[in-house]
Design a protein around this ligand. Structure first.
Ligand SMILES: Cc1cc2nc3c(=O)[nH]c(=O)nc-3n(C[C@H](O)[C@H](O)[C@H](O)COP(=O)(O)O)c2cc1C
Length: 308
């Protein structure tokens, strides 16, 4: 009998679905594969307005669940051998639809199942993955693999192109800026992971899967990004609390604080970034060994609560 795989995912622009399609493309005939999209009851706008985009930060960081549509009974009634779970970080945390799903009763689909996480993002996913690890643990799932596809352009370039993409809906290259998002070639090349996953699944050896995925280049991580995420998440938590004191999502009373957060983030990214990259470099030199340990930890699947 063919192994049964559920590909469960959220995507706003379709990028993550493309990545998942590529991963399973070579094994589609050999496995019985179902796709299930996570859909928020109230979809998020795309392209975003500036206010809507930054107004999504406080609840994302506080992991406030939003309602999501139920999974189809044809999915919930099936017993899968593997779940491939595709998600993306928003503001260094799992996106709101994903948090909505993980908190909903449908998350019991993970109970007792091996799970491979697939992340498609700009380049900051560490804290989001720690959160997902903890939810999967609570749902009694076993994380057996993690594949991360990022935009490999320099940090400032990928920030500019993601801004153009999010606020204008324009993914294509323009002026001096390249195309936004994960590079097309990296999406196409992700098909190399399918056969590895299939082989480990049918030989009942999922325990060794991540070692093989890593050997195939499933996760690239620069130590400097660990420092940037540690700094970012601390600040986001402070701002999330500060904004939420003025009201819930969309409350006009908090719009002033939301825009203050936006302006500070822009200053931090574009003006303070050269300074913070310099201090990060010093930190990198001083703490090199402990950062290399962090990099090794984040490439693996274990979960140490409070690691970031
Ligand atoms: C509100 C919002 C916040 C985001 N925050 C992050 C982030 O913290 N780290 C990151 O690497 N990418 C971030 N991104 C990019 C997404 O992870 C993702 O790559 C992009 O939205 C396309 O994904 P999708 O079309 O599959 O939903 C963010 C995108 C949005 C819309």
């Amino acid at each position: 009998m063919k192994p049964r795989i559920l590909v469960l995912y959220y995507t706003q622009t379709g990028q993550l679905r493309q990545i998942l399609n590529s991963i399973i493309s070579d094994i589609a005939g050999k496995a019985d594969i179902d796709f299930a999209a996570i859909e928020p009851v109230k979809p998020f706008p795309f392209p975003w307005t500036t206010l809507d985009f930054f107004d999504a930060m406080p609840e994302t960081v506080a992991h406030i669940p939003i309602p999501v549509k139920p999974l189809d009974p044809s999915i919930t009634s099936k017993d899968y051998d593997l779940i491939i779970f595709g998600y993306q970080p928003w503001f260094l945390n799992p996106s709101q639809p994903v948090i909505g799903f993980l908190n909903a009763e449908y998350a019991k689909i993970f109970n007792g199942k091996p799970v491979i996480t697939v992340i498609g993002c700009r380049n900051m996913w560490l804290h989001a993955q720690e959160k997902v690890k903890s939810y999967l643990k609570d749902a009694n799932a076993t994380l057996v693999g993690n594949i991360v596809l990022t935009d490999t352009n320099p940090n400032l370039i990928s920030t500019l192109t993601v801004i153009r993409w999010a606020f204008k809906g324009q993914k294509e290259a323009s002026g001096m800026l390249p195309k936004a998002g994960v590079q097309d070639k990296d999406i196409t090349d992700a098909k190399r992971f399918g056969e590895t996953i299939y082989k480990h699944l049918v030989s009942d050896n999922l325990i060794d899967l991540q070692t093989q995925l890593l050997a195939n280049g499933a996760v690239h991580l620069k130590p400097g990004l660990v420092i940037l995420e540690q700094r970012g998440i601390k600040n986001f938590r402070i701002w999330s609390k500060f904004i939420r004191k003025k009201g819930g999502p969309g409350d006009p009373n908090r719009a002033g604080r939301v825009m203050m957060f936006k302006n500070l983030l822009i200053v931090a990214i574009f003006i303070l970034s050269p300074i913070s990259s310099f201090t990060a470099l010093i930190q990198l030199l001083i703490k090199r060994n402990s950062l290399l340990k962090d990099v090794a930890y984040f490439k693996e699947l274990g979960y140490d609560k409070g690691r970031i």
